[in-house]
Ligand binder design. Structure first.
Ligand SMILES: O=C(O)CCC(=O)C(=O)O
Ligand SMILES: [Fe+2]
Length: 294
């Protein structure tokens, strides 16, 4: 079995409805789409420089914290990951505001939530000689929700793998099993399935469903790193992978847009127009200086 290459669609600076519809059609068919030039090069270069500088302070496995050997195995022995990217460069906030990713996330997540927030904003640097990551579905972070409803469970998370420098198959481009977001069987961890690589140039992003099987590729080089980052959103009624709200203080986010404040956990969750309760609330009087309830 061999798959066709992933569809590639160019982004424009402002959201183009026809292009967004084409991206969503490819996303629906394959489980993901390569969006070319999703981010401006200047933003990507600023982020790349900040990530390179910060990477000096991290070792493979640091991002897995308390998850022990299983966590290290998932991430890889020579893969460096770290989060809190907004502490390293303001370019991160520009990336959160990306109009194409916003349109894709609105279309896929808002049918199932009042708002969504950041799940991960993480540098993912695959080192020379790293083996391929196990194939998995990102939505399985919330397996208790996904499993009983599979394969019809609503989309809970959407991700973008973003190229900071050239990402080739040889360097460890994300490998994808097109169409696996609709498989009847919820396979959890797979190693040996045919895949296609999401190869990208700097500023391109592979935007994919939380339901599609994918994983980091093997880095077949002896001396080069795959420099990419991951940005994902999750419905506002699920707990994100990363504790974004405590990465930034109210004061640090005061000048940011309400959307960014919400994405980073500094506003409450309002379920409307869906049913459900308000979440992530605080006692209004105690926090007059904050905007969480606005
Ligand atoms: O590094 C990659 O290309 C993919 C990583 C990934 O899918 C994950 O860790 O969830
Ligand atoms: Fe993943």
């Amino acid at each position: 079995m061999t798959y066709q290459p992933l569809e590639r669609i160019a982004a424009s600076e402002t959201v183009d409805e026809a292009a967004t519809a084409a991206m969503l059609a490819a996303y629906d068919r394959d489980g993901g789409v390569v969006v070319e030039k999703m981010f401006p090069l200047a933003t990507i270069e600023a982020m790349r420089d900040a990530v390179r500088a910060a990477a000096e302070g991290f070792a493979p496995g640091d991002a897995t914290q308390g998850l022990g050997e299983d966590g290290k195995d998932f991430v890889g022995a020579n893969t460096v990951r770290f989060s809190s990217l907004g502490r390293m460069s303001p370019a991160y906030f520009d990336m959160l505001d990306n109009p194409t990713f916003e349109a894709m996330a609105d279309a896929t997540l808002l049918p199932n939530c009042g708002s969504y927030w950041v799940n991960t904003g993480q540098a993912m640097l695959i080192g020379p000689g790293e083996k391929a990551q196990v194939l998995h579905r990102d939505a399985n972070n919330w397996l208790n929700y996904v499993e009983p409803l599979w394969p019809n469970c609503p989309e809970v998370t959407i991700s973008a793998m973003i190229a900071l420098t050239e990402v080739t198959e040889e360097l460890g481009a994300t490998r994808v099993v097109p169409g696996s977001h609709k498989w009847e069987e919820l396979k959890q961890y797979e190693t040996d399935l045919p895949t296609v690589p999401a190869e990208m140039s700097p500023g391109d992003a592979f935007v994919y469903s939380g339901k599609v099987l994918h994983g980091g590729g093997a880095n077949q080089t002896t001396d080069q790193w795959r420099e990419a980052m991951h940005l994902s959103f999750v419905v506002g009624w699920l707990t994100p992978e990363e504790a974004n709200a405590i990465d930034y203080t109210t004061d640090e986010l005061r000048e940011q847009s309400p959307r960014i404040q919400r994405l980073l956990g500094h506003r409450s969750y309002d379920p409307r127009p869906h049913a459900g309760g308000g979440l992530w609330l605080q006692h209004a009087k105690a926090i007059e200086d904050q905007f969480i309830l606005d």
